[in-house]
Design a protein around this ligand. Structure first.
Ligand SMILES: [Zn+2]
Length: 206
């Protein structure tokens, strides 16, 4: 028997409890946009965001990879996770449902950037390239860098690059919405808006 963490099921395969993602989608659907996220919960896709305009930098609960990893590939786990949920008893699943790598037989793990075993597969690199191309295209044009709820854990992925791109482009506007703090560096103050509020509340007023 193996232990199943049902949290993954609810995070990945149930609908997001709030309508924030849908509201955001309505806000930007007729614009040229790109979503860069450190979330791993697939909410943007579930809300109908164009997959070609998403870059999940830190992985995805919806994917498995070899835990070693012996090869750079990820595997969609939706049907397996649903079987686990259906067949679990007291949060334990039959042994044959414990996933193993089809190449080396090691246990599979979630495709999450928790340590240096994280697999950046082909789709990850394609999304990374799309994001870079988008950024390049808009580097001198009118653009809003909208930062939503970025915490202090990984500022190097979204926050700091947004500050730098805003600083280099006088046509850019930086908007930071955060529940606890919305710090704006002095250098980009004239181009920026900081909002300390719930993301749902703040964006419903746009
Ligand atoms: Zn393997």
């Amino acid at each position: 028997m193996g232990v199943l963490e049902p949290l993954h099921f609810y995070e990945r395969y149930q609908n997001a409890p709030k309508s924030v993602y849908n509201d955001l989608q309505n806000l930007i659907q007729d614009k040229d946009y790109f979503v860069l996220t450190t979330n791993v919960d697939h909410c943007f896709q579930k809300a109908g965001f164009d997959k070609q305009r998403l870059f999940y930098t830190q992985g995805d609960y919806g994917l498995w990879q070899c835990s070693k990893p012996c090869h750079n590939k990820t595997y969609d786990n939706e049907s397996m996770i649903k079987r686990m949920v259906a067949e679990q008893e007291n949060m334990r699943i039959p042994s044959e449902l414990v996933p193993h790598c089809p190449v080396c037989g090691a246990p599979m793990s979630m495709n999450l950037r928790a340590d240096n075993t994280f697999v950046e597969d082909n789709d990850w690199h394609i999304a990374a390239n799309r994001y870079q191309n988008f950024v390049r295209r808009y580097k001198d044009l009118n653009i809003v860098y909208l930062e939503l709820g970025v915490g202090g854990n990984t500022p190097g992925i979204i926050k700091y690059p947004f500050w730098q791109m805003t600083y280099k482009n006088p046509n850019a506007v930086y908007i930071c919405i955060n529940l606890s703090e919305a710090y704006i560096p002095t250098e980009i103050k004239k181009q920026s808006i900081g909002i300390v509020d719930d993301i749902g509340e703040a964006t419903s007023n746009f």
